[in-house]
Write a protein that binds this ligand. Structure first.
Ligand code: FMN
Length: 317
């Protein structure tokens, strides 16, 4: 390419990055759930769903902290009050209210009375949901060896494990399975970084989404995608390819009989710079941390009830 062609190309790329940044800002200002959620039923429902899940997740830990969640439950009830005031008491609220009722049942059974929360919840005629499910490891392992439906239905986010080391051969086999993931123009931009022991705990502390159970996890894999694989109009593609890979790896680890917990890397740029301390170069986009462990013979998981497909699917002739 001539020097003139190179300059022309660079200007084109720079213009595109600016356009993308403006579009990103405009769409997020308008549609991100942090922006004016009280006026938008979809944003409010997502916030309520998220906050209810943090309670059911707390209930699913090996030993929930005595008195955990009071502030979160009060906050969630406040959100629900705001939702009802604006949009009415509809069927969507049954799930989150059920989790709150479960939570209050749990705290009461453990000697903690929360009378004001109980009174507020009573106004909504909430029936306890099954926020936590008990599973049998052998049955889970067998289902993972069944058909694809059984495999996906038996994978759960698990938040406590045995102290046994994770068998390296099972992880290696899962990595080999996940390498079959399709990718845009077969670029296979995913990268995986395995951490064990203290390094694993340090990474989990950085991640921050497993407070209360990070010491349960002795092995984790950070999945990233190499930004250098993509062109100026593909700036979101690392998340797509990396996300598809991460899901395949989760299923493959489950297939190999291991328990997993996906942990978010959806953070602000400044926090992401903390990954430099773990030797991750800036050109790698962090996609997901996967905590890995051996399943206890019996264990609990959050129910994480799914929306009906009709709520998430449309069809055009
Ligand atoms: C991208 C992503 C990020 C997640 N981050 C966290 C996290 O930080 N902490 C946590 O406890 N669970 C986390 N989870 C687990 C979800 O809560 C869980 O996948 C969801 O409730 C569905 O439950 P299931 O995985 O048992 O089917 C994450 C899951 C995904 C896919």
């Amino acid at each position: 390419m001539t020097p003139y062609g190179r300059i022309k190309n660079w200007l084109k790329v720079r213009r595109s990055f600016r356009r993308e940044a403006r579009a990103f800002l405009r769409l997020n200002r308008r549609y991100n759930a942090s922006c004016a959620p009280e006026k938008d039923i979809a944003k409010l429902q997502n916030l309520i769903r998220r906050e209810a899940h943090t309670l059911e997740k707390g209930l699913s830990l090996r030993a929930p902290r005595h008195g955990f969640g009071e502030e979160k439950a009060a906050h969630l009830l406040g959100r629900i009050d705001a939702y009802v005031a604006r949009f009415g008491r509809d069927g969507f609220l049954d799930g989150p209210l059920g989790i709150l009722a479960n939570y209050l049942e749990y705290t009461e059974n453990h000697g903690i009375a929360l009378p004001s929360l109980k009174k507020r919840l009573a106004a909504y005629d909430a029936r306890p949901a099954d926020a936590v499910v008990e599973l049998d490891a052998e049955a889970v392992r067998q289902s993972a060896q069944g058909d694809f439906d059984a495999l996906t239905a038996s994978r759960h986010s698990i938040r406590y494990f045995t102290p046994d080391p994770v068998p390296a051969a099972a992880v290696d086999a899962a990595l080999a399975i996940a390498s079959r993931t399709p990718s845009a123009c077969n670029r296979q931009a995913w990268r995986t970084h395995l951490f064990t022991g203290d390094r694993c705990h340090a990474l989990l502390r950085w991640q921050g989404g497993c407070r209360g159970f990070e010491t349960e996890i002795g092995t984790c894999i950070l999945v990233t995608a190499d930004r250098r694989a993509f062109l100026y109009y593909e700036t979101h593609q690392p998340y797509v390819d990396g996300g598809m890979y991460a899901m395949n790896l989760l299923n493959a680890l489950h297939f190999k009989g291991l328990g997993t917990i996906p942990l978010s890397c959806g953070f602000e740029a400044e926090k992401l710079l903390g990954l430099r301390d773990f030797g991750i170069p800036d050109y790698e986009v962090p996609v997901l941390v996967i905590g890995i462990g051996c399943m206890e013979p019996h264990f609990h998981v959050a129910a994480s009830v799914r929306k009906p497909v009709s709520e998430t699917h449309t069809q055009q002739a």
